[in-house]
Ligand binder design. Structure first.
Ligand SMILES: Cc1cc2nc3c(=O)[nH]c(=O)nc-3n(C[C@H](O)[C@H](O)[C@H](O)COP(=O)(O)OP(=O)(O)OC[C@H]3O[C@@H](n4cnc5c(N)ncnc54)[C@H](O)[C@@H]3O)c2cc1C
Length: 416
C-alpha cells in the first residue's frame, strides 16, 4: 500500500467551530454522531460460549483480512474527521479543533461504548509521528502530513531500531549523506511495526559519523515508495507478521523531508520517545478503542475462573483481586492529571499485562498449550504469546526502570 495514496487536505482550520463548546455540549454532539454512525456495545450481551472468543494483542490476519481492517479503520477516521472529532486537541492552524485533553478523553470514553472499527493501525501515526511533526516539523511538513495523518489517509511507522542499535539507539549506523538539496540513504532498520502498509516512516540516520554519537544524527520523514527502499515483513511467534525489516540502498529524499536541524535528530527523537511511551501507557487503558488492558478485563477472567470451577479457590480469588487492582491502576494512570512520567505508565501497563497473562495461563493449565476446541480457553494463548513484546517495544522494562530511577527519583546514574 505504501505511497499509492493521494493526500487530500481540507483547508487549515477545517475543524474550528468558533466559540469552544462546553464539555456537556461537546459530549452531546459526540453522542449524536456516534448514535447516528455506530451500534452501542451492550455490556450485558456477553454470554459464556457465545460469539467469538478471539483475543488479539497483535493482529494475526492474512493480507486480505489486514487490508480490509485497514480500510475499515480509515473509513471510520474519515467519518470522525468530517464530524469534527478527528483531531480534538490539535491546533486550528493545522486543522485541529483546538480543545483541551478533557474533551478528547470524553470522546474516547464515549466511543468505547460503541462498536467501531479498531484504530490500532493508527497507533504509531497518531501516537508518535504526528506529535513529533507538530513539535519539530517545518511548516511544509506539517501542512503536507498532519491532516492526512489524523484523517487516516496517511499511515505511518517508525524507522529507528537497527540490528545493532535498540536500547542504545544512538549507535545507529544507517547513513544519510547530503547531495545538493537531497539526502542519499543507505542502511537497514528492523522491527518496524506496520511499515508494510505505511506511506511514510519517521527515520533517524547518521549524518555526521565523526561527531559524538548523539550529535551526528538527523531525523527525516521517509516516504516508503522512495526508489531504493524495500520493506520485508518478519513473522513473529504469535503467528502474524506486523514487523518488518526496511532496507535502504541509495534511497534519495529531498531536504524538505528533514525534521528539525541537521545533526539535531536526538532532540527530535526525545519527543518521539516520550510520545510513544505515553501512548503505550494510554493505549493500555483504552486509547482509541484499542485498549490492551481490556483483553484481561477482570469480568472476563472471573467468568473463565467460574467456567473452570476455580472461582472458590482462595488463591485464585486472591489473584482475581490483584487483577482487578492492577487493572484499575493502569486505567487511572492513563487518565491522571498531571500525567505520570511516560516511562512509569508504559512500565506499569507492560508489567500488569504480563502478570495477568501468566496468571490466566495458570488457571488454564494444559488448555493454554493444546487446542481441544473448547470455547474461551486455548484462545488465551495469544495473550500469553503477545504480552512479552510489551516489555520490549517502546523501550525495555530495564530501560524504563533506569529512566524512572534517574529522571524521576533522582537516583545516581548507572555507570556508562
Ligand atoms: C512490539 C514491538 C514493537 C516495536 N516496534 C518498533 C518500531 O515500530 N520501530 C522501531 O524502530 N523499533 C521497534 N521495536 C524495537 C524496539 O524499540 C527494540 O526492540 C527495543 O528498543 C530494545 O532494543 P533491542 O531489541 O536491540 O534490545 P537490546 O537493546 O539489545 O537489549 C537486550 C537486553 O539488554 C537490556 N539492556 C539494554 N540496555 C540496558 C541498560 N542500559 N540497562 C539495563 N538493561 C539494559 C534490555 O533491557 C534487554 O533485556 C519494536 C519492538 C517490539 C517488541
Amino acid at each position: 500500500m505504501g505511497g499509492t495514496v493521494a493526500f487530500p487536505r481540507p483547508a487549515a482550520g477545517h475543524q474550528t467551530r468558533g466559540v469552544a463548546p462546553t464539555l456537556a455540549q461537546f459530549t452531546a454532539e459526540a453522542r449524536a454522531f456516534l448514535d447516528a454512525n455506530a451500534a452501542r456495545v451492550h455490556t450485558d450481551e456477553f454470554t459464556w460460549g457465545i460469539g467469538s472468543d478471539e483475543i488479539t494483542v497483535y493482529a494475526e490476519k492474512n493480507e486480505a483480512e489486514e487490508a480490509a481492517a485497514v480500510r475499515a479503520a480509515q473509513r471510520w477516521r474519515a467519518e470522525m474527521w468530517d464530524a469534527g472529532f478527528g483531531w480534538i486537541t490539535g491546533p486550528p492552524e493545522f486543522g485541529g479543533r483546538g480543545l483541551g485533553p478533557e474533551y478528547e478523553r470524553a470522546y474516547l470514553d464515549l466511543e468505547a461504548t460503541y462498536r467501531v472499527p479498531s484504530q490500532t493501525v493508527f497507533g504509531t501515526a497518531l501516537g508518535v509521528v504526528a506529535p513529533t511533526l507538530l513539535a519539530h516539523g517545518s511548516d511544509w511538513l506539517k501542512q503536507r502530513y498532519l491532516v492526512g495523518l489524523f484523517r487516516g489517509e496517511i499511515l505511518a511507522c517508525q524507522l529507528l531500531s537497527e540490528p545493532g542499535a535498540g536500547s542504545d539507539l544512538a549507535s545507529l549506523s544507517t547513513r544519510a549523506v547530503r547531495d545538493g538539496d537531497q539526502w542519499v540513504i543507505n542502511g537497514q532498520k528492523v522491527w518496524s511495526s506496520r511499515a508494510h502498509y505505511s506511506h511514510i516512516g519517521l527515520l533517524l540516520a547518521r549524518t555526521d559519523p565523526d561527531a559524538p554519537k548523539h550529535q551526528g544524527i538527523t531525523a527525516f520523514i521517509h516516504p516508503l515508495d522512495t526508489a531504493g527502499t524495500e520493506v520485508r515483513p518478519l513473522r513473529q511467534m504469535t503467528g502474524g507478521s506486523e514487523f518488518n525489516e526496511v532496507f535502504f540502498e541509495d534511497a534519495r529524499i529531498s531536504d524538505r523531508y528533514r525534521v528539525g536541524g541537521v545533526n539535531a535528530g536526538w532532540s527530535v527523537f526525545r519527543t518521539t520517545l516520550q510520545s510513544e511511551r505515553a501512548s503505550i501507557g494510554a493505549r493500555g487503558a483504552g486509547y482509541g478503542g484499542s485498549g490492551l488492558v481490556g483483553l484481561a478485563a477482570p469480568e472476563r477472567v472471573v467468568r473463565l475462573a467460574r467456567h473452570l470451577g476455580l472461582a472458590d479457590d482462595p488463591t485464585v480469588r486472591q489473584n482475581l483481586a490483584r487483577l482487578y487492582t492492577g487493572h484499575r491502576l493502569v486505567e487511572w494512570n492513563a487518565t491522571r492529571r498531571p500525567a505520570i512520567p511516560p516511562a512509569a505508565a508504559k512500565y506499569g501497563t507492560a508489567r500488569h499485562m504480563n502478570w495477568a497473562a501468566s496468571m490466566i495461563a495458570g488457571l488454564l493449565g494444559p488448555r493454554i498449550c493444546a487446542d481441544t476446541g473448547e470455547w474461551g480457553t486455548y484462545a488465551w494463548k495469544q495473550l500469553l504469546l503477545g504480552t512479552p513484546a510489551m516489555r520490549i517495544g517502546g523501550g525495555t522494562d530495564e530501560v524504563m526502570k533506569n529512566s524512572v530511577g534517574e529522571g524521576v527519583l533522582g537516583l545516581p546514574r548507572e555507570p556508562r
